[in-house]
Design a protein around this ligand. Structure first.
Ligand code: PLP
Length: 376
């Protein structure tokens, strides 16, 4: 049965896969000879894990990190067999057989995950692949030093488990001045030395900008691939976002706008209601703070952001008409800018954009349009 395809759209995200590939090359060159792995969890930060991963595979990437088993299953069939999918959150209690049967590599973070994977290996008589994550100070996920020492002495462990990598994660990778990174690196070196010959990994995107001592064998890059600048590495922007003008009105001084009537026009103004709201991932707290752009012209958001729309002042853009698109993300307003206005980080802006935007994927200079709801 042919799936209904929406004939039109009111907002559009453009995702430049060529730029993602260029960013992969740039990070890889910067950290070389360390190998750059791609972190494609949370649907590649909302950009579409299947398409992003396929593009990165064409660029030579073979190691992909997701957070959850379901994400690994979703990605599995769109990646050639020479790829490895690592699961950062490790094992789901009910997902152990599936994880083993499909050849996914769990990052074992806790003693119970370790136990479950080893038991499954012993029961099925298979040597199962795994990554060990050690907690070196972030207190989020990871095994402790005592477990590391026990495992290093345990001959059954290496019979049951094919150890593919030992890793940890930095709590303050963006902070180049503090001593937290050096302390985590010191602790990690101590623990990883217990597993000689096993590849090691500590850096995320921000870690790639730290000194070479942090690059080790594998860098796990996410946000840098998706166009958020990293110090010292030339990163190209990846995402643009635009939304249509639904309605334009001229208002008198004193006219109030939006839920709660929180905004009052001080002078006569020309207002436009845009087809984007917080259900499209546009943060509600940008009401009265953020902006859209009509070409070079900044259009301040007036009043509250609604679920499906928000209103901007277009008094200084007389050429704008109903049906036109205005820019929300692009050269004049980056993910970093929007995150700063919304009091959050670009990761959150990106991962919340959601499924209601039409998507234009650019690869090899060719644009493929996907309408809202169409399978990515
Ligand atoms: C999300 C994540 C990454 C990628 O981080 P970026 O800052 O997006 O590069 C790397 N490692 C772990 C353990 C993560 O959870």
């Amino acid at each position: 049965m042919a799936k209904f395809q929406c004939p039109s759209f009111s907002s559009q995200a453009t995702i430049d896969l060529d730029a993602i590939r260029a960013n992969y090359r740039a990070i890889g060159q910067h950290v070389g000879p360390a190998y750059c792995c791609a972190v494609v969890k949370a649907d590649a930060y909302g950009l579409g894990a299947r398409r992003v991963s396929a593009a990165l595979h064409r660029e030579g990437c073979r190691n992909f990190f997701v957070a959850q088993l379901c994400e690994a299953v979703d990605l599995h069939h769109s990646l050639p067999l020479d790829s490895t999918i690592f699961i950062l959150n490790g094992l789901d209690p009910h997902g152990v057989p599936m994880c083993a049967d499909r050849g996914f590599v769990p990052v074992l973070n806790s003693d119970s995950q370790l136990r479950a994977w080893r038991d499954h290996a012993a029961e099925t008589g298979r040597r199962l692949p795994a990554v060990l994550q050690f907690d070196t100070g972030m207190s989020r996920l990871g095994l402790d030093a005592a477990t590391a020492h026990i495992l290093a002495e345990d001959t059954d462990f290496s019979r049951e488990i094919n150890l593919r990598m030992v890793m940890t994660h930095l709590a303050c990778a963006e902070d180049r001045e503090g001593d937290a990174n050096a302390e985590q690196l010191r602790r990690f070196r101590e623990l990883s030395a217990l597993f000689p010959g096993i590849p090691v990994s500590i850096a995320n995107s921000a870690g790639a900008a730290l000194s070479h001592a942090f690059h080790l064998d594998f860098v796990r890059a996410g946000i840098g691939l998706y166009g958020v600048p990293i110090a010292h590495i030339g990163i190209a922007p990846v995402v643009a976002l635009r939304a249509r003008i639904l309605q334009i009105r001229e208002v008198d001084a004193g006219t109030r706008v939006g839920y709660g009537l929180t905004y009052a026009a001080a002078v006569p103004q020309r207002l436009a209601t845009l087809a984007i709201g917080y259900a499209d991932g546009w943060p509600r707290n940008l009401g009265g703070v953020g902006a859209a752009f009509y070409q070079e012209t900044r259009l301040p958001i007036v009043g509250r952001v609604s679920m499906d729309s928000m209103t901007v002042d277009i008094s200084s853009a007389p050429a704008a008409t109903e049906g036109d698109f205005v820019d929300l993300l692009g050269p004049r307003q980056t993910l970093d800018d929007v995150a700063a206005d919304a009091g959050t980080i670009p990761y959150e802006i990106l991962t919340r954009l959601g499924a209601r935007h039409a998507r234009a994927y650019i690869e090899d200079g060719i644009t493929t349009m996907l309408m809202p709801g169409e399978e990515r």
